[in-house]
Design a protein around this ligand. Structure first.
Ligand SMILES: O=C[C@H](O)[C@H](O)[C@H](O)COP(=O)(O)O
Length: 262
């Protein structure tokens, strides 16, 4: 029941539910990873089962692939899809220009490949993900395991030479062992506090040997759907060159929650 959802889960849910409006019959849809994207996959699954929606989904992680299959969405690979109509995904941070930090769940590489191969990328997020400047959330950087300590040293040196504040770089762990991504790589988390020039940092990081990809998504996202704990959603769309705000009210739609929570 809706009352049993925490405000943050309610915020994630309403953002995900609103994002379903971007999905039409016959579309090839990129399916993001994380707790917010999981709500989207459940909502789309419900539309497939209950309303006969016909879509093919390209998941951005093994976790999402499993969930998508479980809820009845046809799963195909990106190579089978070739191009996607829309990708809907969560984010760890977004700013006023709809630039993002992603990768808190370690799926940034597939997420960036899939989002870039889409006509449109829509981010769904609770309002807590909005920031004035990117960087409070540690920036994930995917590196190959070979020589990762050398790569980390190179990243640290580069951050110093770029005069970036806060240069603590940690290897993401999974208990006692290094975290391993779906692609068999490791993640370095860059604790930067604030990122002054995100575009430049993203380019510099990706030029380093050993770095596979970084979690800065610059000029990739077209719209952010922000969910609030009271059930409201706000859509910011940057396609027209300006950011527009539209507020929808889900409060009257309490029954939306119940089926998905059964
Ligand atoms: O690697 C994970 C992804 O980038 C997620 O989309 C991101 O971490 C947001 O996840 P959540 O919706 O759980 O906050």
């Amino acid at each position: 029941m809706p009352g049993e959802l925490s405000p943050i889960d309610k915020a994630k849910f309403v953002a995900a539910k609103r994002a379903c409006d971007y999905v039409e019959d016959g579309m090839r849809v990129g399916l993001g990873t994380g707790s917010t994207a999981a709500w989207l996959v459940r909502c789309l699954g419900e539309m497939v089962r209950e309303e006969g929606l016909k879509i093919r989904g390209v998941p951005t992680s093994t976790r999402t692939a499993e969930l998508a299959r479980e809820v009845g969405i046809e799963v195909i690979s990106l190579d089978e899809a070739k191009w996607l109509d829309v990708t809907i995904d969560g984010a760890d941070e977004f700013d006023a220009d709809l630039n993002l930090i992603k990768g808190g769940g370690g799926a940034l590489l597939q997420e960036k490949i899939v989002a870039t191969a889409s006509d449109q990328m829509v981010v769904i997020a609770d309002v807590g993900k909005e920031v004035g400047q990117l960087g409070a959330f540690p920036l994930p950087v995917e590196v190959i395991p070979f020589g990762w300590q050398t790569t980390r040293a190179l990243v640290e040196e580069t951050l110093i030479s770029m005069d970036v504040l806060g240069r603590d770089v940690s290897l993401r762990m999974n208990g006692e062992v290094p975290f391993v991504t779906d692609e068999g790589n490791h993640i370095l988390d860059l604790h930067l506090n604030r990122i002054g020039n995100a575009r430049q940092l993203a380019m510099v990081l990706n030029q380093m040997p050993g770095v596979v990809e970084n979690g800065l998504f610059i000029d990739i996202c077209d719209a952010v759907i922000i969910g609030y704990g009271d059930g409201r959603v706000e859509v910011r769309d940057i396609n027209a060159g300006t950011v527009e705000t539209d507020k929808l009210d889900f409060l009257e739609s309490d029954n939306l929650f119940s089926d998905l929570l059964d």
